[in-house]
Design a protein around this ligand. Sequence first.
Ligand SMILES: NC(=O)c1ccc[n+]([C@@H]2O[C@H](COP(=O)([O-])OP(=O)(O)OC[C@H]3O[C@@H](n4cnc5c(N)ncnc54)[C@H](OP(=O)(O)O)[C@@H]3O)[C@@H](O)[C@H]2O)c1
Length: 272
Amino acid sequence: MQSSLSESDHVLVAGATGGVGQLAVAKLRSKGIRVRILTRSAEKARKLFQDQVEAIIGDTLDPTSLQTAVQNITHILCCTGTTAFPSARWDFNRTQGPLDWLKLYLNPKDCSAKANNSPEQVDANGVKNLVAAAPSDLKRFVFISSCGVLRKESLPYSLLNAFGVLDAKQKGEEAVVSSGLPYTVLRPGRLIDGPYTSFDLNTLLKAKTDGKLGIVVDTGDTLSGETSRIDLAAACVECLSHPNTEGKVFELVNKGPRPEAIDWEGIFSRLE
Ligand SMILES: NC(=O)c1ccc[n+]([C@@H]2O[C@H](COP(=O)([O-])OP(=O)(O)OC[C@H]3O[C@@H](n4cnc5c(N)ncnc54)[C@H](OP(=O)(O)O)[C@@H]3O)[C@@H](O)[C@H]2O)c1
């Protein structure tokens, strides 16, 4: 049985200025769903969405700024994130020169403490704050985690986790799963397809699926590979209308031939 989003629903997208967030907003709007975004930057929101969506300025690390954002919201998509490795996006307490960057990279354990927006902040604490602020009658909290959270000791995830991004995502997952809210956690592989918002090899290469690969989901953190931002955003939106994705944590990657039409019902039925 499929329960659909209705006109009375109102979805909050946190991280809406990011790659997946932008696509999720577009997908929701194409379905006629009311969208509110949470963003730290009014300017970015204006550039990306003009006045087509309601924008609330807030920061997941500032719980008081979340109060207005969550008012009368029925669903939350949490697409926030930062880079896995130290970058300006971590918002260091002071400007870093070349030698500082070298020192940071040589002392991973020290890094998080020097930054205001590290993975530990965004993916663990920020998610906890958003979960805590969510209305108690929320219909679904969707959180984007990552493949590898249960395989942090093995390659390539041990490298990816050098600065703690998978530890932080796991803490975010735990906050969502133990919240008592209806939830869905999606674990994508390395993100490909635009908008190319991350600083990594796939972004440099502008890697894309060309819409040719199928979508595979599974549970237990055994899948690996790459995930299209377009398909991930679509999955975040689609799972709101599929009751069997509630209370599920699953991986989603692109593999194999792509059917003419994506059968979300069939894909999500693998989670039973
Ligand atoms: N890149 C990968 O290969 C990969 C792999 C697995 C999982 N993921 C996850 O997939 C998701 C989507 O990735 P993406 O590349 O689309 O992300 P992205 O482009 O890096 O976007 C991140 C978003 O998070 C927002 N944000 C960061 N810190 C925030 C804070 N303190 N408060 C509120 N908003 C904050 C950013 O807003 P601002 O505009 O204000 O900066 C931006 O909208 C993320 O959760 C990411 O961790 C990525």
